[in-house]
Design a binder for this molecule. Structure first.
Ligand code: ZN
Length: 450
Protein backbone atom coordinates (compact mmCIF):
# COMPACT_ATOMS: atom_id res chain seq x y z
CA UNK A 1 0.00 0.00 0.00
CA UNK A 2 1.17 3.51 -0.71
CA UNK A 3 2.40 5.78 2.05
CA UNK A 4 -0.53 8.17 1.70
CA UNK A 5 -3.32 5.58 1.83
CA UNK A 6 -1.44 3.74 4.55
CA UNK A 7 -1.10 6.77 6.76
CA UNK A 8 -4.73 7.80 6.23
CA UNK A 9 -5.90 4.40 7.29
CA UNK A 10 -3.58 4.42 10.33
CA UNK A 11 -4.76 7.87 11.36
CA UNK A 12 -8.38 6.88 11.12
CA UNK A 13 -9.25 3.17 10.98
CA UNK A 14 -12.89 4.02 10.19
CA UNK A 15 -11.71 5.04 6.71
CA UNK A 16 -10.33 1.55 6.08
CA UNK A 17 -13.42 0.52 4.13
CA UNK A 18 -13.15 3.47 1.74
CA UNK A 19 -9.47 2.72 1.17
CA UNK A 20 -10.26 -0.90 0.43
CA UNK A 21 -12.78 0.23 -2.17
CA UNK A 22 -9.90 2.06 -3.87
CA UNK A 23 -7.71 -1.06 -3.67
CA UNK A 24 -10.48 -3.19 -5.17
CA UNK A 25 -11.49 -0.82 -7.94
CA UNK A 26 -11.22 -2.81 -11.16
CA UNK A 27 -11.68 0.01 -13.65
CA UNK A 28 -10.28 3.52 -13.84
CA UNK A 29 -13.79 4.94 -13.37
CA UNK A 30 -14.33 2.96 -10.16
CA UNK A 31 -10.87 4.00 -8.99
CA UNK A 32 -11.64 7.68 -9.55
CA UNK A 33 -15.08 7.48 -7.95
CA UNK A 34 -13.88 5.64 -4.85
CA UNK A 35 -10.96 8.04 -4.45
CA UNK A 36 -13.35 10.96 -4.79
CA UNK A 37 -15.62 9.45 -2.14
CA UNK A 38 -12.68 9.24 0.26
CA UNK A 39 -11.64 12.78 -0.60
CA UNK A 40 -15.10 14.09 0.24
CA UNK A 41 -15.20 12.26 3.55
CA UNK A 42 -11.74 13.59 4.37
CA UNK A 43 -12.71 17.11 3.37
CA UNK A 44 -15.74 17.03 5.68
CA UNK A 45 -13.54 15.69 8.52
CA UNK A 46 -10.96 18.43 8.01
CA UNK A 47 -13.60 21.17 8.00
CA UNK A 48 -15.31 19.71 11.06
CA UNK A 49 -11.99 19.44 12.87
CA UNK A 50 -11.11 23.06 12.08
CA UNK A 51 -14.55 24.24 13.22
CA UNK A 52 -14.35 22.27 16.47
CA UNK A 53 -10.94 23.84 17.15
CA UNK A 54 -12.25 27.33 16.50
CA UNK A 55 -15.25 26.69 18.72
CA UNK A 56 -12.82 26.17 21.63
CA UNK A 57 -11.30 29.64 21.29
CA UNK A 58 -12.49 32.19 23.82
CA UNK A 59 -15.69 33.87 22.69
CA UNK A 60 -16.13 37.64 22.62
CA UNK A 61 -19.72 37.97 23.71
CA UNK A 62 -21.76 40.82 22.27
CA UNK A 63 -24.36 42.69 24.28
CA UNK A 64 -27.99 41.59 24.41
CA UNK A 65 -29.80 43.32 21.52
CA UNK A 66 -32.78 43.92 23.85
CA UNK A 67 -31.40 45.03 27.23
CA UNK A 68 -27.77 45.75 26.35
CA UNK A 69 -26.31 43.47 29.04
CA UNK A 70 -23.28 41.36 28.01
CA UNK A 71 -24.40 37.86 26.95
CA UNK A 72 -23.24 34.70 28.74
CA UNK A 73 -22.56 31.29 27.26
CA UNK A 74 -25.28 28.71 27.71
CA UNK A 75 -22.95 26.01 26.40
CA UNK A 76 -22.29 24.22 23.11
CA UNK A 77 -25.11 23.69 20.65
CA UNK A 78 -24.93 21.68 17.41
CA UNK A 79 -24.95 23.33 13.98
CA UNK A 80 -25.23 21.74 10.55
CA UNK A 81 -24.64 23.02 7.03
CA UNK A 82 -25.11 21.26 3.71
CA UNK A 83 -22.19 22.05 1.41
CA UNK A 84 -20.65 20.88 -1.88
CA UNK A 85 -18.50 18.40 0.02
CA UNK A 86 -21.42 17.01 2.03
CA UNK A 87 -23.09 17.70 5.36
CA UNK A 88 -20.85 19.39 7.94
CA UNK A 89 -21.66 19.14 11.64
CA UNK A 90 -20.03 20.91 14.58
CA UNK A 91 -20.79 22.42 17.95
CA UNK A 92 -20.23 26.00 19.01
CA UNK A 93 -21.09 28.21 21.97
CA UNK A 94 -24.45 29.94 21.99
CA UNK A 95 -25.18 32.99 24.13
CA UNK A 96 -28.00 33.83 26.48
CA UNK A 97 -29.05 37.03 28.14
CA UNK A 98 -28.43 37.05 31.91
CA UNK A 99 -31.86 38.71 32.27
CA UNK A 100 -33.52 36.07 30.14
CA UNK A 101 -34.53 38.25 27.15
CA UNK A 102 -35.89 36.23 24.25
CA UNK A 103 -33.23 36.88 21.61
CA UNK A 104 -33.11 33.63 19.61
CA UNK A 105 -29.83 31.84 19.10
CA UNK A 106 -26.79 34.11 19.05
CA UNK A 107 -23.55 32.35 18.11
CA UNK A 108 -20.57 34.67 17.58
CA UNK A 109 -18.64 31.94 15.73
CA UNK A 110 -21.42 31.68 13.11
CA UNK A 111 -21.10 35.39 12.61
CA UNK A 112 -17.31 35.19 12.22
CA UNK A 113 -17.79 32.41 9.66
CA UNK A 114 -20.18 34.54 7.62
CA UNK A 115 -23.18 32.35 8.41
CA UNK A 116 -26.66 33.83 8.67
CA UNK A 117 -28.89 32.71 11.58
CA UNK A 118 -31.18 30.44 9.54
CA UNK A 119 -28.75 29.47 6.81
CA UNK A 120 -28.77 25.74 6.14
CA UNK A 121 -26.68 25.51 2.99
CA UNK A 122 -23.28 27.00 2.26
CA UNK A 123 -22.71 29.81 -0.23
CA UNK A 124 -20.67 27.77 -2.74
CA UNK A 125 -23.52 25.22 -2.95
CA UNK A 126 -26.12 27.97 -3.40
CA UNK A 127 -23.94 29.49 -6.11
CA UNK A 128 -23.74 26.19 -7.97
CA UNK A 129 -27.51 25.68 -7.63
CA UNK A 130 -28.26 29.20 -8.89
CA UNK A 131 -25.88 28.73 -11.79
CA UNK A 132 -27.77 25.60 -12.86
CA UNK A 133 -31.14 27.30 -12.26
CA UNK A 134 -30.21 29.91 -14.85
CA UNK A 135 -30.45 27.20 -17.49
CA UNK A 136 -32.75 24.44 -16.22
CA UNK A 137 -35.91 24.14 -14.08
CA UNK A 138 -35.56 23.99 -10.29
CA UNK A 139 -36.53 20.29 -10.11
CA UNK A 140 -33.77 19.48 -12.59
CA UNK A 141 -31.29 21.52 -10.54
CA UNK A 142 -32.02 19.32 -7.51
CA UNK A 143 -31.44 16.18 -9.62
CA UNK A 144 -28.24 17.58 -11.16
CA UNK A 145 -26.80 18.62 -7.78
CA UNK A 146 -27.30 15.06 -6.59
CA UNK A 147 -25.54 13.72 -9.70
CA UNK A 148 -22.71 16.26 -9.66
CA UNK A 149 -21.82 16.61 -6.00
CA UNK A 150 -23.95 13.90 -4.31
CA UNK A 151 -25.87 16.50 -2.32
CA UNK A 152 -29.58 16.14 -1.72
CA UNK A 153 -31.60 19.34 -1.73
CA UNK A 154 -35.23 20.04 -2.61
CA UNK A 155 -36.36 22.10 -5.59
CA UNK A 156 -37.93 24.46 -3.03
CA UNK A 157 -34.50 25.07 -1.50
CA UNK A 158 -33.17 25.93 -4.98
CA UNK A 159 -36.10 28.29 -5.50
CA UNK A 160 -35.22 30.06 -2.22
CA UNK A 161 -31.58 30.47 -3.30
CA UNK A 162 -32.74 32.00 -6.59
CA UNK A 163 -35.02 34.39 -4.69
CA UNK A 164 -32.08 35.40 -2.49
CA UNK A 165 -29.54 35.92 -5.25
CA UNK A 166 -32.06 37.42 -7.70
CA UNK A 167 -33.20 39.83 -4.97
CA UNK A 168 -29.59 40.87 -4.46
CA UNK A 169 -29.19 41.49 -8.20
CA UNK A 170 -32.36 43.63 -8.23
CA UNK A 171 -31.14 45.65 -5.21
CA UNK A 172 -27.78 46.18 -6.89
CA UNK A 173 -29.47 47.47 -10.05
CA UNK A 174 -31.79 49.75 -8.07
CA UNK A 175 -28.81 51.24 -6.24
CA UNK A 176 -27.06 51.92 -9.54
CA UNK A 177 -30.22 53.47 -11.02
CA UNK A 178 -30.57 55.72 -7.96
CA UNK A 179 -26.94 56.82 -8.30
CA UNK A 180 -27.45 57.59 -11.96
CA UNK A 181 -30.63 59.55 -11.20
CA UNK A 182 -28.58 61.54 -8.66
CA UNK A 183 -26.17 62.50 -11.43
CA UNK A 184 -23.41 59.99 -10.81
CA UNK A 185 -22.26 58.32 -14.02
CA UNK A 186 -21.53 54.58 -13.82
CA UNK A 187 -18.04 53.28 -14.43
CA UNK A 188 -17.39 52.30 -18.04
CA UNK A 189 -16.76 48.60 -18.47
CA UNK A 190 -13.20 47.89 -19.53
CA UNK A 191 -12.74 46.66 -23.09
CA UNK A 192 -9.90 45.09 -25.04
CA UNK A 193 -8.35 47.71 -27.27
CA UNK A 194 -9.34 45.81 -30.41
CA UNK A 195 -12.98 45.62 -29.24
CA UNK A 196 -13.13 49.22 -28.03
CA UNK A 197 -12.68 50.58 -31.58
CA UNK A 198 -15.67 48.62 -32.94
CA UNK A 199 -19.10 50.24 -33.36
CA UNK A 200 -21.51 49.89 -30.44
CA UNK A 201 -24.69 48.23 -31.66
CA UNK A 202 -27.94 48.58 -29.74
CA UNK A 203 -31.45 47.42 -30.28
CA UNK A 204 -34.55 46.27 -28.44
CA UNK A 205 -37.45 43.92 -28.88
CA UNK A 206 -40.49 42.69 -26.98
CA UNK A 207 -40.88 39.03 -26.01
CA UNK A 208 -44.04 37.49 -24.56
CA UNK A 209 -43.88 35.43 -21.34
CA UNK A 210 -46.63 33.24 -19.82
CA UNK A 211 -47.73 34.36 -16.33
CA UNK A 212 -50.11 32.84 -13.83
CA UNK A 213 -53.31 34.84 -13.50
CA UNK A 214 -53.95 36.60 -10.20
CA UNK A 215 -55.13 34.09 -7.64
CA UNK A 216 -53.25 31.37 -9.51
CA UNK A 217 -56.25 29.78 -11.24
CA UNK A 218 -57.52 30.31 -14.76
CA UNK A 219 -56.03 31.12 -18.12
CA UNK A 220 -52.41 31.97 -18.68
CA UNK A 221 -51.73 35.70 -18.92
CA UNK A 222 -49.18 36.64 -21.58
CA UNK A 223 -47.15 39.74 -20.76
CA UNK A 224 -44.48 41.47 -22.75
CA UNK A 225 -40.94 41.64 -21.45
CA UNK A 226 -38.85 44.36 -23.06
CA UNK A 227 -35.34 43.24 -23.87
CA UNK A 228 -32.49 45.33 -25.21
CA UNK A 229 -29.09 44.20 -26.41
CA UNK A 230 -25.84 46.17 -26.55
CA UNK A 231 -22.75 44.78 -28.23
CA UNK A 232 -19.67 45.70 -30.18
CA UNK A 233 -20.07 44.80 -33.80
CA UNK A 234 -17.15 42.98 -35.36
CA UNK A 235 -16.62 40.66 -38.31
CA UNK A 236 -15.44 37.08 -38.40
CA UNK A 237 -12.00 37.03 -39.95
CA UNK A 238 -12.67 34.25 -42.47
CA UNK A 239 -16.30 34.63 -43.53
CA UNK A 240 -16.59 38.37 -42.84
CA UNK A 241 -19.95 37.56 -41.19
CA UNK A 242 -21.00 40.02 -38.49
CA UNK A 243 -20.11 38.95 -34.96
CA UNK A 244 -21.16 40.44 -31.63
CA UNK A 245 -18.59 41.02 -28.88
CA UNK A 246 -19.13 42.06 -25.27
CA UNK A 247 -22.82 41.29 -25.52
CA UNK A 248 -24.85 42.87 -22.72
CA UNK A 249 -28.58 42.50 -22.15
CA UNK A 250 -31.11 44.67 -20.37
CA UNK A 251 -34.61 43.40 -19.69
CA UNK A 252 -37.65 44.43 -17.76
CA UNK A 253 -41.20 43.31 -17.20
CA UNK A 254 -42.77 46.70 -17.76
CA UNK A 255 -43.22 49.44 -20.32
CA UNK A 256 -40.79 51.60 -22.29
CA UNK A 257 -40.52 54.14 -19.45
CA UNK A 258 -39.19 51.44 -17.13
CA UNK A 259 -36.79 50.16 -19.77
CA UNK A 260 -35.39 53.62 -20.57
CA UNK A 261 -33.22 54.34 -17.47
CA UNK A 262 -31.99 50.72 -17.39
CA UNK A 263 -30.93 50.85 -21.02
CA UNK A 264 -29.30 54.26 -20.59
CA UNK A 265 -27.33 52.97 -17.57
CA UNK A 266 -26.03 50.03 -19.57
CA UNK A 267 -25.33 52.19 -22.63
CA UNK A 268 -23.14 54.47 -20.47
CA UNK A 269 -21.29 51.43 -19.17
CA UNK A 270 -20.75 50.16 -22.70
CA UNK A 271 -19.30 53.48 -23.82
CA UNK A 272 -22.19 55.16 -25.67
CA UNK A 273 -20.52 58.54 -25.05
CA UNK A 274 -17.10 57.49 -26.34
CA UNK A 275 -17.59 54.69 -28.89
CA UNK A 276 -16.33 55.66 -32.37
CA UNK A 277 -19.73 54.83 -33.80
CA UNK A 278 -23.09 53.98 -32.20
CA UNK A 279 -25.84 52.18 -34.09
CA UNK A 280 -29.48 51.66 -33.11
CA UNK A 281 -31.15 48.85 -35.04
CA UNK A 282 -34.82 48.09 -34.57
CA UNK A 283 -37.99 47.01 -36.32
CA UNK A 284 -40.99 49.31 -36.59
CA UNK A 285 -42.16 49.20 -32.93
CA UNK A 286 -43.19 52.79 -32.20
CA UNK A 287 -42.26 52.62 -28.50
CA UNK A 288 -38.68 51.58 -29.20
CA UNK A 289 -38.26 54.36 -31.77
CA UNK A 290 -39.54 56.92 -29.29
CA UNK A 291 -36.96 55.60 -26.83
CA UNK A 292 -34.32 56.00 -29.53
CA UNK A 293 -35.47 59.57 -30.15
CA UNK A 294 -35.42 60.40 -26.44
CA UNK A 295 -32.07 58.85 -25.51
CA UNK A 296 -29.92 57.92 -28.44
CA UNK A 297 -30.71 60.05 -31.50
CA UNK A 298 -27.90 62.46 -30.56
CA UNK A 299 -25.29 59.68 -30.43
CA UNK A 300 -26.46 56.94 -32.73
CA UNK A 301 -27.27 56.20 -36.34
CA UNK A 302 -30.78 54.73 -36.34
CA UNK A 303 -31.47 51.87 -38.74
CA UNK A 304 -34.97 50.60 -39.43
CA UNK A 305 -34.91 46.85 -40.02
CA UNK A 306 -34.87 46.48 -43.82
CA UNK A 307 -37.23 43.49 -43.81
CA UNK A 308 -39.74 45.38 -41.73
CA UNK A 309 -39.63 48.28 -44.19
CA UNK A 310 -40.07 45.85 -47.09
CA UNK A 311 -43.06 44.20 -45.42
CA UNK A 312 -44.75 47.57 -45.19
CA UNK A 313 -43.89 48.30 -48.77
CA UNK A 314 -45.65 45.10 -49.82
CA UNK A 315 -48.71 45.95 -47.70
CA UNK A 316 -48.94 49.30 -49.49
CA UNK A 317 -48.43 47.77 -52.95
CA UNK A 318 -51.17 45.20 -52.33
CA UNK A 319 -53.69 47.78 -51.17
CA UNK A 320 -52.90 50.14 -54.05
CA UNK A 321 -52.42 47.82 -57.02
CA UNK A 322 -55.12 45.26 -56.66
CA UNK A 323 -53.86 42.53 -54.36
CA UNK A 324 -51.27 40.10 -55.62
CA UNK A 325 -51.52 41.28 -59.20
CA UNK A 326 -48.55 41.37 -61.58
CA UNK A 327 -48.61 45.16 -61.40
CA UNK A 328 -48.36 45.08 -57.60
CA UNK A 329 -45.48 42.61 -57.72
CA UNK A 330 -43.59 44.65 -60.30
CA UNK A 331 -43.93 47.92 -58.42
CA UNK A 332 -43.01 46.20 -55.15
CA UNK A 333 -39.89 44.63 -56.67
CA UNK A 334 -38.70 47.93 -58.09
CA UNK A 335 -39.53 49.89 -54.92
CA UNK A 336 -37.71 47.33 -52.81
CA UNK A 337 -34.68 47.61 -55.06
CA UNK A 338 -34.79 51.42 -54.92
CA UNK A 339 -35.13 51.38 -51.14
CA UNK A 340 -32.13 49.12 -50.80
CA UNK A 341 -30.02 51.25 -53.16
CA UNK A 342 -30.62 54.73 -51.84
CA UNK A 343 -33.46 55.89 -54.08
CA UNK A 344 -36.00 56.38 -51.34
CA UNK A 345 -37.03 59.73 -52.86
CA UNK A 346 -38.33 58.02 -55.98
CA UNK A 347 -40.37 55.55 -53.91
CA UNK A 348 -41.86 58.38 -51.88
CA UNK A 349 -42.60 60.29 -55.08
CA UNK A 350 -44.37 57.26 -56.59
CA UNK A 351 -46.59 57.08 -53.53
CA UNK A 352 -47.25 60.82 -53.52
CA UNK A 353 -48.31 60.67 -57.17
CA UNK A 354 -50.56 57.67 -56.53
CA UNK A 355 -52.21 59.49 -53.63
CA UNK A 356 -53.33 62.25 -56.07
CA UNK A 357 -54.95 59.78 -58.49
CA UNK A 358 -58.66 60.19 -59.08
CA UNK A 359 -60.82 57.27 -58.09
CA UNK A 360 -58.34 55.73 -55.67
CA UNK A 361 -60.43 53.59 -53.29
CA UNK A 362 -60.53 54.84 -49.70
CA UNK A 363 -58.84 51.71 -48.24
CA UNK A 364 -55.99 52.01 -50.75
CA UNK A 365 -55.61 55.73 -50.00
CA UNK A 366 -55.40 54.98 -46.28
CA UNK A 367 -52.81 52.20 -46.76
CA UNK A 368 -50.68 54.37 -49.04
CA UNK A 369 -50.91 57.34 -46.70
CA UNK A 370 -49.72 55.11 -43.83
CA UNK A 371 -46.87 53.83 -45.95
CA UNK A 372 -45.86 57.35 -46.96
CA UNK A 373 -45.87 58.57 -43.36
CA UNK A 374 -43.97 55.51 -42.21
CA UNK A 375 -41.21 55.95 -44.80
CA UNK A 376 -41.15 59.69 -44.28
CA UNK A 377 -40.85 59.38 -40.48
CA UNK A 378 -38.02 56.93 -40.91
CA UNK A 379 -36.31 58.70 -43.83
CA UNK A 380 -33.02 58.94 -41.93
CA UNK A 381 -33.32 55.31 -40.81
CA UNK A 382 -33.81 53.78 -44.26
CA UNK A 383 -30.66 54.97 -46.03
CA UNK A 384 -29.66 51.38 -46.63
CA UNK A 385 -27.15 52.11 -49.37
CA UNK A 386 -25.20 54.34 -46.99
CA UNK A 387 -25.47 51.88 -44.10
CA UNK A 388 -24.08 49.12 -46.30
CA UNK A 389 -21.19 51.37 -47.34
CA UNK A 390 -20.46 51.97 -43.65
CA UNK A 391 -20.36 48.21 -43.14
CA UNK A 392 -23.44 48.23 -40.90
CA UNK A 393 -26.12 45.55 -40.80
CA UNK A 394 -29.56 46.51 -42.12
CA UNK A 395 -31.50 43.61 -40.59
CA UNK A 396 -32.32 43.46 -36.90
CA UNK A 397 -32.16 39.66 -36.79
CA UNK A 398 -29.12 39.67 -34.53
CA UNK A 399 -30.84 41.98 -32.09
CA UNK A 400 -34.01 39.93 -32.09
CA UNK A 401 -32.29 36.60 -31.59
CA UNK A 402 -30.18 37.94 -28.72
CA UNK A 403 -33.33 39.26 -27.09
CA UNK A 404 -35.35 36.12 -27.68
CA UNK A 405 -32.61 33.86 -26.33
CA UNK A 406 -32.71 35.48 -22.90
CA UNK A 407 -36.40 34.69 -22.49
CA UNK A 408 -37.12 31.76 -24.78
CA UNK A 409 -34.50 29.37 -23.49
CA UNK A 410 -35.63 29.37 -19.85
CA UNK A 411 -39.03 30.98 -19.36
CA UNK A 412 -41.14 29.34 -22.04
CA UNK A 413 -40.78 25.64 -21.35
CA UNK A 414 -43.79 23.34 -21.68
CA UNK A 415 -46.41 24.16 -19.04
CA UNK A 416 -44.34 26.95 -17.47
CA UNK A 417 -46.22 29.86 -15.90
CA UNK A 418 -44.55 32.46 -13.76
CA UNK A 419 -45.42 34.68 -10.84
CA UNK A 420 -44.21 38.25 -11.28
CA UNK A 421 -41.81 37.98 -8.32
CA UNK A 422 -40.49 34.57 -9.29
CA UNK A 423 -39.96 35.72 -12.87
CA UNK A 424 -38.12 38.88 -11.84
CA UNK A 425 -35.74 37.08 -9.51
CA UNK A 426 -34.75 34.51 -12.10
CA UNK A 427 -34.62 37.13 -14.88
CA UNK A 428 -32.11 39.21 -12.93
CA UNK A 429 -30.02 36.17 -12.10
CA UNK A 430 -29.96 35.27 -15.78
CA UNK A 431 -29.06 38.85 -16.70
CA UNK A 432 -26.26 38.82 -14.12
CA UNK A 433 -24.91 35.68 -15.79
CA UNK A 434 -25.05 36.85 -19.41
CA UNK A 435 -23.61 40.22 -18.43
CA UNK A 436 -20.68 38.70 -16.53
CA UNK A 437 -21.87 39.98 -13.13
CA UNK A 438 -22.94 36.70 -11.55
CA UNK A 439 -20.00 36.16 -9.20
CA UNK A 440 -20.53 39.46 -7.41
CA UNK A 441 -23.75 37.99 -6.00
CA UNK A 442 -21.94 35.25 -4.11
CA UNK A 443 -19.22 36.33 -1.70
CA UNK A 444 -16.70 33.51 -2.17
CA UNK A 445 -13.73 35.71 -1.32
CA UNK A 446 -12.90 37.86 1.69
CA UNK A 447 -13.71 41.07 -0.13
CA UNK A 448 -16.65 40.46 -2.45
CA UNK A 449 -16.83 42.83 -5.41
CA UNK A 450 -20.55 43.45 -5.22
ZN1 ZN B 1 -31.26 41.00 27.58
Amino acid sequence: MSCLRDSISQMDPSLQELIEAIENASTLTLLILSAWHLARVLAVRIVEEALTERAQHPTHWPNCPKCGKRLHSKGFVGRQITSVIGIIRWKRRVGRCPYGCKIGQIAPLDNDLGLLPHQRTSVELQRLGCLLAIFVPFETVAVLLNCLVSVRVSSTAVWHWVQGAGGKAIDRLNRQLAELAAGQLPQKESLDEAIGVLPLLMGADGVMVPFRPEGGKGRTVWREVKVAVLARLGRRSKSNEPQLHQRRLVAVLGDIDVLRPRLWLEALRQGVLTAPQVVWLSDGGVGFWSLYAACFAAYAIGILDFYHAVQNLWKGAKAWLDGRSRKARLWFASARHRLRHGETDIVLNDIAVALKLDGLPETARKALKNLYEYLDTHQYHIQYQRFKELGLPIGSGMVESACKWLIQQRFKGVGMRWSETGFNHLLHLRLAWVNGRFDGLFPLEDSPNC
